[in-house]
Structure formats: structure tokens, C-alpha cells
Design a protein around this ligand. Sequence first.
Ligand code: SAM
Length: 198
Amino acid sequence: MKELILEMEDYAQEKNVPIIEKKSIAFIMKYIKDNNVKNILEIGSAIGYSAILMASSTPDVFVTTIERDEERYMECLKNVKKCGLDKKINVVFQDALDVFLSEDLKYDLIFIDAAKGQYMKYFEKYKYFLKDNGAIITDNLKFHGYVGKKDKIESKNLRGLVEKIENYIEFLKDNKEFDTSFYDIGDGLSVSKWKNEK
Ligand code: SAM
């Protein structure tokens, strides 16, 4: 398992696949243990690095992870099988904004880690699948240090993306339904919970 994780880190670096920072996944794994998390929904699997680590946090946690890129989806499936976690991880090959989930199953944890410009859409779509005491964790809120420094960015595309992340942060801060804590860990994380745990 440790070897596979190292292999995945090398693969991600070689092929330029963005994966979560070590400190951030350690924070999430601790959250899973401390909060008795059983069901996780991940938006953005890439090659399965975070899904595999989350699924191996405790013996009885189950992860559904969604990926829209075919090559990464296939690599994710391969990695999940290799480490024998195929009974604990369900990999879905689809755009997360098109996925239809049954409302019968609600999640203890929803981890948003896909296209940064769509964070608000994922949040609004998937909040209905969050348990009353569940949490939505979002990664990359610092976006490699660019967030808060929009005016210094020359590329129009990058500036637009950073603006969307800044808007998402404001959306979380002003949200009437959720309380959000922000953590200066890795590339910046947030944990959002229903106000008054409904
Ligand atoms: N969570 C992964 C990890 O830490 O190992 C990293 C995920 S990577 C930052 C983001 C992934 O989200 C990419 O592989 C990308 O193809 C995928 N993605 C982007 N937008 C998506 C969408 N709308 N639906 C599904 N996957 C998406």
C-alpha cells in the first residue's frame, strides 16, 4: 500500500496530475477518524490518490468518487484494484454536474476537489446529499498563493479562475445555511457544516 502511494505520487508528478497535498489529506483522514465518518462523496478523483487514502483511514468507511477524464478514471480504477480497495471505493466516470444520485443515501463527508471555477455549483448541487451532521470539505482555497492577489496576475484566464475561488470563499462566509471554518493547511481547506446541525 505504501509503495503504491509512492508510485502514485511519482506518476502524478511525471504526468502533471494535481493531487492533494500531504498535510491536507492528513487533516481529512483525521477528520474521518474523529467524526466517525462512514460514507464519503468525492468530486474529482484524478488517479484515486485521495480516495484511496480516505478509504484506508478506517475499516468501515466507503468512498464514492467522481471523475470526468477518461484516462484518469482508468488509472484510478487500476490503482483502486491494485490496493484491494474495490469493495470500499466506487469510481464513477461522469461529469459531476451531470451525475444523478439517489437521495436515499446521504453522506457524512463531501470532498470538493474538481474544477476550481465550478466550486459553487458543486456545493449547491451536492449539499442536498449531506447528512444533518455532515461536512463539506473544499480544497485549494489558496490556489497556490494566488487567492487575494488577483490584481497582480497577468493572465486573464488565471485571474478569472482566482476570482471564482474568491467569490466562492465569500459565498461560504455569507452563507445562510452553512457555517464554514477555514484552515491554512496545504493549499487551503474549508470545512462547512449545516448551521445548528439542522
Ligand atoms: N482528489 C484528487 C486527489 O487529491 O488525489 C485530485 C483531484 S484533481 C485536483 C481534480 C480532478 O477533477 C481532475 O482529475 C479533473 O479531471 C476532475 N474534474 C474536474 N471537473 C470535474 C467535473 N465537473 N466532474 C468530474 N471530475 C472533474
